[in-house]
Write a protein that binds this ligand. Sequence first.
Ligand SMILES: NC(=O)C1=CN([C@@H]2O[C@H](COP(=O)(O)OP(=O)(O)OC[C@H]3O[C@@H](n4cnc5c(N)ncnc54)[C@H](O)[C@@H]3O)[C@@H](O)[C@H]2O)C=CC1
Ligand SMILES: O=C(O)C1=N[C@H](C(=O)O)C[C@H](O)C1
Length: 232
Amino acid sequence: MKIALLGYGRMGKTIEKLAVERGHSVVKKIDQGDTYDFADADVAIDFSVPDAAVDNISMALKSGVPVVSGTTGWLDRYPEMVALCKENNGAFIYASNFSVGVNIFFELNKKLAQMMKALDSYNVSMTEVHHIHKLDAPSGTAITLAEGIIEESSKTDWILGNEESNKITIKAVREAEVPGTHTITYQSDVDEIMIEHKAHSRNGFALGAIIAAEWLKDKKGVHTMKDVLNLS
Ligand SMILES: NC(=O)C1=CN([C@@H]2O[C@H](COP(=O)(O)OP(=O)(O)OC[C@H]3O[C@@H](n4cnc5c(N)ncnc54)[C@H](O)[C@@H]3O)[C@@H](O)[C@H]2O)C=CC1
Ligand SMILES: O=C(O)C1=N[C@H](C(=O)O)C[C@H](O)C1
């Protein structure tokens, strides 16, 4: 598979290394200031910055190249990208987290929220810890987890930092070079239940994005990691 990388930072470099190990080749690396040229790429993979994601995804779709995007912090414009994909009869996957483990964790989170729904004595909150270079807070993964809880419970929204009734409090910590840790806590007066996903490196995110690209390259339409991993 011939890959065009949109963004050649920490994730772009990790994807290149793992993709080559899987027998793929990186035919283009498009970083800030570079001209869009997808050469003969089969697929584009975007891990850039919140301000660049929409342009990157749009250019790939308009050039007829299937695009996988893992950039976070731009999701208010996701519906526009869905429409553009349909207009161009293209192929597109976005995921706030491509790691297989986190996608299992997303399902576990929803299952736990369902089970806790009737138990008023527990308050749910979340902490995400990431490296100090991260531009957005809360993380895209934390937002997906909060949306999963909202889907299954009486909570109506999430809030960064302060506690507010009926909202899920998310605490964002920036610390050294932490790749990404997400913890969900249900706290009562007598005990607490915690579930946690801790990434040991960026390899899981990168491998998941490559698996998504392999799956997407001959498809059309807008898809999710649930489709890729066949999670009910
Ligand atoms: N969905 C997932 O599984 C994961 C998502 N991420 C997200 O991916 C993004 C990138 O993360 P990192 O690689 O750690 O960041 P990074 O800061 O190391 O790399 C971003 C790269 O994008 C480049 N860039 C800036 N403007 C650009 C433009 N207009 N076009 C192309 N490239 C441009 C920067 O120069 C830099 O090289 C972040 O939004 C992060 O939250 C990170 C890890 C996993
Ligand atoms: O910026 C990162 O590094 C990460 N970003 C994603 C997010 O915002 O959820 C995924 C992962 O946690 C690493």
